[in-house]
Design a protein around this ligand. Structure first.
Ligand code: NAD
Length: 490
């Protein structure tokens, strides 16, 4: 019998609750391969309680001033910061991410997301007045009511807060479902929400699997918006379920197969470091990771050899230890999926330049799910390896000769989330950025985020909605135009 140190509970109507069925699933520490906590396997009964609580709370939260809502959200951010180390530990244990990544990126952004939307809502929630010769009035954004967020495992707290923050800041009551694979930081957040001052029912967190509670959320008639981040396959299923019920189209943030383009006039060392980070950050498990590396043929061999040396030098280790640069892949299933993609790359004629296999560990991590940073060359752009999202520490290298060819290769994909362009020719960089079919091209950097800009992708990476300040608040609100004759005195 597995020893579980912790039992996670749902957070519904301000109370911590067992799932009504009493059923739980296990969550596993991917660095050790050991189950360490139980997660509610919630179902429709739990969801109905959450929806009832959210509906009851909505009139009060809608009528709470944006300033007062912002105070509560900023207090929540303070509490996340007060619990910084605990949240970092939780993310390391749950996800396998390194302590450095959890500290420097993941948990900081959890608090920053809440603050950014709390601040932006003050302006966003103000009515915009208009006047012309015969008419005057105002346009306001009104919260829709009960909304849901469904988030993935790769950046658990970052993406969870990225979704709940705009929904709450704009006056909605939320049912939030974190990934069943990495529920721990959302669970910690739920234990802090009452202290932050959220009235009961404003924020509800239900745990469980996609097919069970996720599907129940998607089909619940009283949930009026669904904001989803995850795979393109799940996004498609959610989109179809919403369409069938004439629900408003969900916001879908989905997969990526992002190009990194290195021109021969790039600053070599900056590009090298950037491409390495883009390929392998968080074990390649970021939707923005650059997994197709296009290098100009004039520097291809030199750049390839230097990148291979960089990849080999990445320190793989126990993610809980300071100094580890490359932790565990999130689960055994996911590790096997990534390894099968590497096998496929070899079948397709690819040459493994480094990595290519599970990394054997000792001690407490002997059963952990580690994969070596892997670089592959010799593959055609159209093969499955270069077209399908692998979502692990695997990147391919492909030479190109001209700017036009680089753009064509980069755009030859069903995905269109992000890209990075490396060159010291500013005009060329802008030309390439303008011609790429991606939502977020970066120039001489990767994943440099400004929260007050639209976040999202072209093609199968998204469905047209964008996240970020203020786009996500647009998604969670209805616009209302109130007009009267000019003398109406509005
Ligand atoms: P996933 O689609 O398997 O799961 C995401 C979430 O959806 C989980 O909470 C899951 O329980 C839930 N879910 C699964 N089936 C469902 C269903 N039928 N109905 C409702 N909910 C359901 O994705 P994942 O494996 O957790 O995450 C990895 C994927 O997320 C990758 O494709 C990655 O590119 C993508 N991602 C995209 C972005 C972005 O902003 N575009 C950011 C991070 C991750």
């Amino acid at each position: 019998m597995t020893l579980h140190n912790e039992k996670i509970l749902n957070y519904i109507g301000g109370d911590m609750r067992e799932p009504e069925s009493g059923d739980y699933i296990e969550t596993v520490n991917p660095a050790t391969g050991k189950a360490y906590a139980l997660v509610p396997d919630s179902d429709t009964e739990d969801l109905q309680r959450a929806v009832d609580a959210a509906k009851n709370a909505f009139p009060g939260w809608r009528d709470t001033s944006p300033e007062d809502r912002a105070v509560i959200m900023n207090k929540m951010a303070d509490l996340l910061e007060d619990n910084f180390e605990r949240l970092v530990d939780a993310e390391v244990n749950d996800n396998g991410m390194t302590r450095g990544f959890a500290s420097n990126v993941e948990v900081q952004r959890g608090a920053a997301n809440l603050r950014a939307f709390a601040k932006a809502s003050l302006e966003f929630c103000k009515p915009r007045h208009f006047k012309q010769d015969n008419a005057e009035g105002y346009v306001s954004h009104q919260p829709v009511g009960v909304v849901a967020t469904i988030s993935p495992w790769n950046l658990p707290l970052l993406l969870f807060t990225w979704k709940i923050a705009p929904a709450l800041a704009s006056g909605n009551c939320v049912i939030a479902k974190p990934s069943e694979i990495t529920p721990m930081t959302a669970s910690i957040l739920s234990t802090l929400a009452n202290d932050a001052g959220f009235p009961p029912g404003v924020l509800n967190i239900v745990h469980g699997t996609g097919p069970k509670i996720g599907n129940a959320i998607t089909s619940h008639p009283d949930i009026l918006r669904i904001s989803f981040t995850g795979s393109t396959a799940t996004g498609k299923a959610i989109n179809m379920a919403c369409a069938e019920q004439f629900k408003k189209p969900p916001s879908l943030e989905m997969g990526g197969k992002n190009p990194s383009i290195v021109f021969d006039d790039a600053d070599f060392d900056t590009a090298l470091e950037g491409i390495k980070t883009a390929a392998f950050a968080n074990q390649g498990q970021i939707c923005l990771c650059g997994s197709r590396v296009y290098v100009q043929d004039t520097i291809y061999e030199k750049f390839r050899d230097a990148l291979v040396e960089k990849a080999k030098a990445i320190k793989i280790g126990d993610p809980a230890e300071e100094g580890t640069q490359h932790g565990a892949t999130v689960s055994e299933d996911h590790m096997n999926k990534v390894l099968s993609h590497i096998e496929l790359a070899v079948e397709e004629g690819g040459t493994i330049l480094c990595g290519g296999k599970r990394h054997e560990m000792e001690g407490r991590c002997a059963d952990g799910y580690f994969i070596e940073p892997t670089l592959i060359e010799g593959l055609d752009n159209s093969c499955r390896t270069n077209q399908e999202e692998i979502f692990g520490p695997v990147a391919t290298l492909i030479p190109f000769s001209t700017e036009e060819e680089a753009i064509a290769l980069a755009n030859d994909s069903t995905y269109g989330l992000a890209a990075s362009i490396w060159t010291q020719d500013h005009e060329k960089a802008i030309r390439v950025a303008d011609n790429l079919e991606t939502g977020m091209p970066w120039i001489n950097c990767w994943n440099l985020r400004v929260l007050e800009t639209p976040f999202g992708g072209f093609k199968n990476s998204g469905n047209g909605h964008r996240e970020g300040v203020p786009d996500a608040m647009e998604f969670f609100t209805e616009k209302k135009t109130v007009t009267a004759p000019k003398l109406g005195g509005l």
